[in-house]
Design a protein around this ligand. Structure first.
Ligand code: ADP
Ligand code: MG
Length: 701
C-alpha cells in the first residue's frame, strides 16, 4: 500500500533541499514526491506560434515575438529606476520594461540580433508594453524551447522570492518525472481503462507536466480529471452503501396522535405539494430500518422548518425524542418560538437550550431529557455538550448545516449503538454538481415550491447618489406599517472600517428618521448577546421600524412584517449572501422590496452579481451563476470547511465528467462493494492513499 517513491519527502529531490522543502510544505502543502507530481500546471501557452507586434490587441494574453532591439534607456532614479528597451519587427515597435535585474539584462540586450521575446503585454498610457519579458536569442530557439506547450505553475510570493517561479517548477518536474519512471502504479481497474480508452497513469502524469502536443494534453487531462472525480465519488458512494447495509436505523413504523392532531387541528394552512413530497420521503426513510441521512434543500421561506417540525412529531409518535440544532442563538430562539406558535396548544414537552440558558434551568432540562419527559429540544451548539444526554433520541434536525463543522454532526450520536435519523436543512441552494461532490453520501430532497400567495420580491439597484429617493421610499413603506432592514457588510479583514461604515450609516438614518416619529434598532457582532437580543426583540415587537445591522440577521430570522431590505455596499457581498439577505423579506402577503445600494464604479464581477439579483429570484439560478463567477472553491461553506480540494477539475466545466465518474463508481461498487477483487486492488490502494492524504475526507460523515 505504501509507495516508497510517492511517499518520499520533497527535500530528497535533487535541487530542492530542506529550506525550499519547508517553503513548499508551508506555502503549498506539498510534502512528498506524490504531492509534487499532483501539483499541476494551471495553464499552457503555445510557444510554437510567433506573433507580430501589430497583432497585439489585448492585455492579459501571452505573446511571443521575434525582433531586434533598437533603443535601450535607463529611466528614473533609485527604487523607481527602470530599463526600457524598444523591440522592432517588420510590423512595428513595442517597449519592453524591467524594474529589476537591470544591469544584468542591459548587458544581454545586444543590438542587431534577433531575440525571441515572450511575455504578457499591459496597456499603459495609451500603448502596450511588456514588463519583464523572457528573452532568448532567436537563433537558439530550438535549443531553449524544448516543449511547444509551455506549462505555467502557480507559485507564492515567498516561493518566488526564493527563485521558485513557474520555470523553476518546470525544472523540478523534469527531474521528478524522470525519476518517477516505473514508480507510478496504475490506479484504475483495467475495465475502466478499456472502456474510456484512458492513457496510463504514468503517461498522464508525464504529459500533464510536459505535453507533447495539445492532443496528448487533452488525453492526460481527461484521464486525470476523471480520476480525481472518480475517487471522490468512490469514497462517497462507498460510505453511503456501507451505511445502508451495515448501519441499522431506528424504525418509526407508525403515524400517531401527535402528527395527526397537529395535521388536522393545528396546522393553519395547507401544505404545499413539495412539503408533502418531502414528508413522504422522510416517512419512507424512517420506516425503512436504515438510518436516514437526508439533506433538505429549499429556498428561504419555502417551509423547511415546518417540515422538520412534522418529522419531529413522527419521532414522538414512535416514543422517541427529537432535537433541532441551529447555528445562532437568535435562530434557535426563532425555532423555539415557531414551536410555541404551532404546538402551544398541544401536549408536547419542548425546551430551548442555548449558551445563555441559566444554570438553574439547564439542570432541569438535562434531567428531563435523561428521564425522557422532555420530548423536543431546540438549541445551538449547547446541544452537543457533554452533559446533554437524551434518553431516547430518534431524530436530529440540523439547520443551515454548512455553518457547523460537519464533524460536529457525529458528536450527537457517537455513543449510541443505533444512531438517530438525521435531517440536514439548508437554505443555500447548491448546484447539482456541487451537491454531488459535497453531499454525495446523503440523500437529497428539494422543496422547489413556495407557499401560495407569496409575491416575488422586487429588486432594484441604486447608486449612492439616489439615496434621498431611497429614504423617501422607506418613509412611504413605514407609513403603510411596514418594517425595514438596512444591512451593511462586515468582512473580518476590514472589520474596523466596516463597523465605522455601519455606525455612520446608522447616524445618518437616525437623523433622517428621528424620534418620536420613528425608532431605529441596531445590531452588530460587537454587541453583547443580551443587547443584541434586546434590539432584535424591539424590532420583532414592532417598537422600531428600521433595523440597521451587519449580516448577523443573514440566516433564518422570520419577521413577516418586514418588507424592505436595503443592502448597503451590495457589491461587496457574495451572490449567495445577497440571496439569503433578500430572503428575509417577502415572507408576508405584502409586496416586498430589495434595494441594492452601490457606489458608481463596479468591477465586472460586482456588476454581474447585482444584475443577477435584479434579474431573478430563483435560488438555484443564482447558485449556478455564483459557481460560474467564483468557482466552487469560493462558495460559501466549502472553503471554510476545506471539504473540496479539486486540483484539476472544475465543477462547472466538468459536469458531464462528474456524472460519468459517479456512475462508474456506483457500478464498480455494486459489483465489488469492498474492493476485494484482484483487478480492483489498485483502486483500493489509491483510495486509501487519498483518504490518508486528504484527512478531511473522513469528516464528511
Ligand atoms: P424556511 O425554514 O424554509 O425558511 P419556514 O418553515 O420558516 O421556511 O416558513 C416560512 C414561513 O412560511 C413561516 O412563517 C411558515 O409558517 C410559513 N409556511 C410554511 N409552510 C407554509 C404553507 N404550506 N403555506 C403557507 N405558509 C407556510
Ligand atoms: Mg428557516
Amino acid at each position: 500500500m505504501n509507495n516508497r517513491f510517492l511517499d518520499t519527502p520533497v527535500e530528497y529531490l535533487k535541487g530542492i533541499g530542506p529550506k525550499r522543502a519547508e517553503l513548499l510544505r508551508n506555502e503549498l502543502e506539498i510534502h512528498t514526491f506524490g504531492d509534487l507530481l499532483e501539483y499541476f500546471p494551471f495553464r499552457y501557452v503555445d510557444r510554437s506560434r510567433i506573433q507580430s507586434i501589430r497583432e497585439i490587441t489585448s492585455d492579459a494574453a501571452w505573446v511571443q515575438l521575434i525582433g531586434h532591439i533598437v533603443r535601450v534607456q535607463t529611466i528614473g532614479k533609485g527604487p523607481a529606476t527602470r530599463l526600457v528597451a524598444v523591440l522592432r519587427d517588420d510590423t512595428g515597435e513595442i517597449e519592453l520594461v524591467w524594474f529589476q535585474g537591470i544591469k544584468w539584462i542591459r548587458d544581454k540586450l545586444i543590438p542587431d540580433v534577433d531575440f525571441l521575446v515572450f511575455g504578457k503585454p499591459t496597456w499603459f498610457k495609451g500603448k502596450y508594453n511588456i514588463p519583464h519579458p523572457e528573452m532568448d536569442l532567436a537563433s537558439e530557439r530550438t535549443l531553449t524551447v524544448t516543449e511547444t506547450l509551455q506549462p505555467f505553475y502557480n507559485s507564492s510570493e515567498k516561493l518566488k522570492s526564493r527563485g521558485f517561479n513557474s520555470k523553476e517548477f518546470s525544472k523540478v518536474m523534469r527531474v521528478l518525472t524522470g525519476n518517477a519512471k516505473g514508480n507510478l502504479p496504475e490506479t484504475l481497474p483495467p475495465e475502466l481503462i478499456t472502456q474510456f480508452r484512458f492513457i496510463s497513469r504514468e503517461e498522464a502524469l508525464n504529459q500533464i507536466h510536459f505535453p507533447a502536443d495539445s492532443s496528448m494534453l487533452q488525453k492526460a487531462q481527461f484521464r486525470l480529471r476523471f480520476e480525481e472525480l472518480f475517487f471522490i465519488q468512490l469514497n462517497l458512494v462507498q460510505l453511503k452503501l456501507l451505511r445502508n447495509k451495515k448501519i441499522t436505523g431506528l424504525t418509526f413504523p407508525r403515524i400517531g396522535d401527535f402528527f395527526n392532531e397537529f395535521y388536522h387541528h393545528h396546522l393553519p394552512f395547507e401544505l404545499t405539494g413539495a412539503q408533502k413530497k418531502v414528508l413522504r420521503e422522510i416517512r419512507m426513510d424512517t420506516g425503512s430500518g436504515k438510518q436516514m441521512n437526508r439533506l433538505l434543500q429549499g429556498d428561504v421561506g419555502s417551509g423547511k422548518t415546518l417540515v422538520a417540525l412534522m418529522a419531529m412529531l413522527m419521532a414522538l409518535d414512535n416514543r422517541y425524542q427529537a432535537c433541532m440544532m441551529a447555528p445562532t442563538e437568535i435562530l434557535a430562539m426563532q425555532h423555539y418560538e415557531s414551536l410555541v406558535r404551532f404546538l402551544g396548544d398541544m401536549n408536547v414537552q419542548f425546551e430551548l437550550l442555548t449558551g445563555s440558558t441559566p444554570a438553574s434551568r439547564r439542570k432541569g432540562i438535562h434531567e428531563r431529557l435523561r428521564n425522557g419527559e422532555l420530548q423536543i429540544l431546540v438549541g445551538t451548539h449547547a446541544l452537543i455538550e457533554e452533559e446533554v444526554q437524551f434518553q431516547n433520541l430518534g431524530l436530529v434536525v440540523i439547520d443551515e448545516q454548512h455553518r457547523f463543522g460537519v464533524a460536529q454532526r457525529a458528536r450527537l450520536w457517537e455513543k449510541r449503538e443505533v444512531p438517530p435519523h438525521v435531517l440536514v436543512m439548508t437554505a443555500t441552494p447548491i448546484p447539482r454538481t456541487l451537491a454531488m461532490t459535497l453531499y454525495g453520501d446523503l440523500d437529497v430532497s428539494v422543496i422547489d415550491e413556495l407557499p401560495p400567495g407569496r409575491k416575488p420580491v422586487k429588486t432594484y439597484h441604486f447608486s449612492d447618489s439616489a439615496r434621498l429617493k431611497v429614504f423617501g421610499f422607506m418613509k412611504q413603506e413605514i407609513r403603510k406599517g411596514r418594517q425595514i432592514y438596512v444591512v451593511y457588510p462586515l468582512i473580518k479583514e476590514s472589520e474596523a472600517l466596516d463597523l465605522k461604515d455601519l455606525m455612520d450609516g446608522y447616524e445618518s438614518i437616525v437623523r433622517e428618521f428621528p424620534l418620536p416619529h420613528y425608532a431605529v434598532s441596531i445590531v452588530h457582532g460587537r454587541l453583547k448577546p443580551a443587547d443584541k437580543d434586546y434590539e432584535m426583540q424591539r424590532f420583532i415587537r414592532k417598537e422600531t421600524q428600521i433595523m440597521v445591522a451587519t449580516t448577523v440577521i443573514e440566516v433564518g430570522v422570520d419577521i413577516p412584517n418586514a418588507s424592505v431590505m436595503v443592502i448597503e455596499n451590495a457589491e461587496r457581498f457574495g451572490l449567495s449572501q445577497l440571496h439569503q439577505l433578500r430572503g428575509r423579506v417577502g415572507r408576508g402577503a405584502d409586496q416586498s422590496y430589495c434595494i441594492l445600494m452601490t457606489g458608481n464604479k463596479l468591477t465586472t464581477e460586482g456588476r454581474k452579481r447585482i444584475e443577477t439579483m435584479v434579474r431573478t429570484t430563483d435560488g438555484f439560478e443564482i447558485a449556478e451563476t455564483d459557481l460560474k463567477i467564483r468557482g466552487p472553491g469560493d462558495l460559501e461553506g466549502t472553503q471554510q470547511s476545506g471539504m473540496i480540494l479539486l486540483r484539476i477539475t472544475d465543477l462547472v466545466r466538468d459536469e458531464r465528467l462528474l456524472t460519468m465518474a459517479r456512475n462508474a463508481a456506483i457500478s464498480l461498487l455494486e459489483k465489488d462493494p469492498e474492493l476485494k477483487r484482484t483487478e480492483n486492488q489498485p483502486v483500493l490502494e489509491q483510495l486509501q492513499r487519498m483518504k490518508k492524504m486528504r484527512a478531511n475526507w473522513g469528516m464528511i460523515s
